[in-house]
Ligand binder design. Sequence first.
Ligand SMILES: [Zn+2]
Length: 208
Amino acid sequence: MSRPYPPHDLATFSDLEMMDRFVPAPDLRSWIRMTFLNEDSKLYNPDHAHLRDAALGILWTNCDNSRNMRAVVGQAELMPPMAMGKWQKARAEQQIADWFDGMPDFLLTFSAPAAAGMDDPSFCALVEHELYHCAQKLDDYGMPKFKQDGTPSFAIRGHDVEEFVGVVARYGAEAAGVSAMVDAAQRAPMIGRASIDGACGTCLRAVA
Ligand SMILES: [Zn+2]
């Protein structure tokens, strides 16, 4: 199944004539399930196994979201949305439920202009980055937590590493607490460009 691209009219950053828009992407949701959550897929990742029981809502947007001098190209949120006034929350819940035919467990938003310009390996890495934020809660013993109905209890997980290159350069990976990341970076990637090429179908054209 080839990688879904955003709708053409969303794939350029909004100018004054084009409103900021959010558009549900059911084709991207199916592709994510097929590619990363299906055990028969070459790119299957058991780290996301709990997400087979999760409802994912996926949106494309053309809304430019730059902060702290970096462009945000993807975002994962736990649903239903929180921290709003009563009417704002109820209105947001209605909007999201209307988009996805019910309230999803997680909402993933991707920048359409950024995604349109990415090659397949970069896009797969972006999608998996957001999937890694979509975690299962752990109980007091560090075991995966479930709700009373037996379904996973979900949470947003932060990044494994948040550090400045300069601190690592001056104090080393261990003092900066990033040894595991450095070790992973030094190994050859488990998923090479070639395996993504094969799995994506559009890739031969995209990276040739
Ligand atoms: Zn992130």
